[in-house]
Design a protein around this ligand. Structure first.
Ligand SMILES: C[S@@+](CC[C@H](N)C(=O)[O-])C[C@H]1O[C@@H](n2cnc3c(N)ncnc32)[C@H](O)[C@@H]1O
Length: 219
């Protein structure tokens, strides 16, 4: 396995992606984005999207939610701001350049944190997950959608082969689910409540964690 991607590599990659991202990546990630946003709408309330990118997901939310988006890439978030300025998304309350490793929000600020196609790209995924758990309210959820490593067979062999080249492009095909599960176990404050393939092709996996409500559990 390669090391986790360095921050500056991702910043550089997404500065290049920004002008063409919506056209090239928009349709490719559509089903995954929709599945994650649907799950987040079921939670409702204040939602934080980490790695919000150009804000393609805004179309998948509605007024039952309040969206805050952060991204490490200035060129990507500039496009999300333009999209929000259209006036079509009054539920988008804030957009900021921010590193998901250091969220500038108080504990328990959000009902739900969503990461669409980002957790595999960060320098320290476990730290980012712990930050998500910190800012989500007890009983709230962390919802991730991503392509995860196939682990066996031809698909896994191809993903391993592509891994090195994919990194420079800001992609990472060889990230295993086991790492997400191991984080939840060691953190202790989040439980895995769902892991499922997103139809129709099952290329993406939706993963949901619930922030443990210790007070409720103690009662
Ligand atoms: C594949 S894009 C996904 C964008 C959007 N979520 C979507 O589904 O269209 C990954 C995004 O994660 C952002 N990103 C990478 N590392 C990050 C970090 N440490 N903190 C916040 N955003 C990050 C990138 O800048 C990029 O916009």
């Amino acid at each position: 396995m390669l090391r986790d991607p360095e921050k500056h590599v991702m910043e550089k990659a997404y500065a290049r992606w920004a002008p063409v991202y919506d056209v090239l990546c928009g349709p490719v990630f559509l089903n995954g984005r929709r599945a994650a946003a649907r799950a987040a709408r079921d939670v409702g309330g204040r939602i934080l999207e980490i790695g919000v990118g150009t804000g393609l997901s805004f179309d998948d939310y509605d007024g039952s939610t309040e969206i805050t988006g952060i991204d490490i890439s200035e060129p990507m978030i500039a496009r999300a701001r333009l999209r929000a300025a259209s006036g079509r998304y009054p539920f988008v309350k804030g957009l900021a350049v921010m590193d998901a490793h250091n969220l500038r929000y108080d504990e328990a600020s959000f009902d739900c944190v969503v990461g669409q196609f980002v957790i595999t790209l960060v320098e320290d995924p476990e730290r980012v997950l712990s930050e998500c758990a910190r800012v989500v309210k007890p009983g709230g959820q962390i919802i991730l959608v991503n392509h995860l490593y196939s682990e066996r067979g031809l698909a896994a062999a191809i993903e391993r082969l592509l891994a090195q080249k994919a990194r420079a492009l800001g992609l990472r095909p060889e990230f295993p689910f086991a790492r997400l599960a191991a984080w939840a176990q060691s953190h202790g404050g989040a439980e895995l409540i769902e892991r499922r393939k997103v139809p129709p092709f099952g290329v993406y996996t939706l993963v949901r964690f619930r922030r443990v409500d210790q007070q409720r559990e103690a009662a």
